[in-house]
Design a protein around this ligand. Structure first.
Ligand SMILES: C[N+](C)(C)CCCC[C@H](N)C(=O)O
Ligand SMILES: O=C(O)CCC(=O)C(=O)O
Ligand SMILES: [Fe+2]
Length: 407
């Protein structure tokens, strides 16, 4: 059960009784039938048992998180308290609790009230067992059977609920479509600005490219491109990539999409040691462009899998074998193990059942979470014109949160 559901359940129950005060580091057991929580002040932390979850709160942390008016400005949601002024050996001198609140008195007499629900919601133990971002890991079958709806241009541009549904799909699957978009660069720009801010890069703000080799990169040819994430050579790779195929008179050119988090999860399940290597060994990606009009040199350093250390949840995959640079950050014995791990991830990413193939056509705009879903393309013939842009990730998530989504 999720923490929020558990809390909802508890707050509606009649089990609430006062938690007994306990000082001196020994647990005072409250009657399990008459109390929904109990706590003890241990020598270095507060232990709180609330709704079946045992949580531990460091005393400096507790003092630092005092939400009283003098310590915290609830209008700006900013801390007033100078954290550096807290004695690192601080301990409360007194405590008491009522139904919903725990009160700690600090050596200088300051009293901090903590809502028990707030403590539970903000505890490490609670965070550890819930995902930062709920997701549906997919292969082609899972994605296709989910029949994820596309948004429609008219409604998308005017209705917040439509935008919310779209973003919810995007957050769950890492890809989402808007259809019936006028096949122009301008409309593509308009549709992306409904979601977020455009991230300008050395490729420009909005780009519109064909296979004219106008830039020093394989993307500007007719060749097939294996699955990859873009701008892996940035310290912060672009968060979202938008594609709109404005024109294709020819054959081939289908787009390949693969859920990188699904592949990473398979590696974690099968060979945790390989997952560990991929999430800890830093590697380099590099972009060197030497054209008379375009000179660029970008370097990005980081592991293939970026994970939150407290729960191993992957939040970003960097996978681009074209742009992966010389590996000189790793000792030779680790290099061999890293290649083994990379091979396992590649095998997962290449499983045909994990490949979702779509033919982009004028009107159909694709948003890709470039921190999660890899893209590629089939080789093609004829004139093919693709436009799009990158978006700043923080602002996409900001839009989602403002609509009430967890992001
Ligand atoms: C999308 N656009 C055509 C502008 C750029 C393509 C960048 C390609 C580069 N190898 C990378 O993977 O980052
Ligand atoms: O041509 C395509 O479909 C995609 C090329 C590509 O990978 C890119 O532009 O990032
Ligand atoms: Fe790409």
């Amino acid at each position: 059960m999720s923490l929020t559901r558990m809390l909802k359940r508890l707050s509606g129950s009649v089990l609430w009784k006062q938690g007994l005060e306990s000082l001196g580091g020994r647990l005072q057991h409250t009657d399990a039938h008459s109390s929904a929580f109990n706590y003890q002040l241990l020598s270095d932390c507060l232990a709180l048992n609330y709704g079946g979850l045992v949580m531990h709160f460091d005393y400096v942390w507790l003092r630092d998180h005092c939400r009283s008016a003098s310590c915290y400005n609830s209008k700006t949601n900013q801390r007033n308290l100078d954290t550096a002024s807290i004695d690192l050996d601080i301990r409360p001198v007194k405590s008491r609790a009522d139904e919903h609140t725990l009160f700690l008195t600090w050596p200088d007499g300051h009293v901090t009230p903590y809502s028990l629900a707030w403590l539970a919601q903000n505890s490490y133990e609670g965070q550890k067992r819930s995902a930062m971002q709920p997701r549906v890991l997919w292969d082609a079958d899972i994605y296709t059977s989910a029949r994820v709806p596309s948004a429609r241009w008219e409604k998308f541009m005017s209705c917040d609920e439509e935008l919310k549904i779209f973003l919810n799909c995007f957050l769950l699957y890492g890809i989402a479509f808007v259809e019936d978009v006028p096949p122009t660069l301008e409309a593509t720009e308009t549709v992306t600005q409904r979601v977020s801010l455009i991230r300008e890069t050395m490729y420009g703000r909005m780009w519109n490219f064909t296979s004219d080799f106008s830039r020093g990169d394989t993307a500007y040819t007719k060749l097939a491109l294996d699955r990859h994430t873009d701008t892996s050579y940035f310290q912060e790779p672009c968060g979202i990539q938008v594609f709109h195929c404005l024109r294709h008179e020819g054959t081939g050119g289908r787009t390949l999409l693969v859920d990188g988090f699904h592949a990473a999860d398979s590696v974690l399940q099968r060979t945790p040691g390989n997952f560990e290597l991929l999430s800890h060994v830093p590697i380099k990606h590099e972009y060197v462009e030497n054209l008379s009009k375009h000179r660029n040199h970008m370097i990005g350093i980081g592991p293939v899998l970026n994970v939150y250390p407290w729960n191993n949840e992957v939040y970003m995959i960097r996978y681009n074998n074209y742009d992966r640079s010389v590996m000189n950050t790793v000792a030779h014995d680790v290099v061999r193990r890293w290649y083994t791990a990379h091979r396992e991830l590649t095998t997962e990413l290449r499983r045909p059942e994990n490949e979702l193939w779509v033919k982009l056509k004028p009107g159909k705009v694709l948003f890709i979470d470039n921190w999660r879903v890899l893209h590629g393309r089939e080789s093609f013939t004829g004139l093919r014109q693709l436009c799009g842009c990158y978006l700043t990730r923080d602002d996409v998530l900001n839009t989602a949160r403002s609509l009430g989504l967890q992001a």
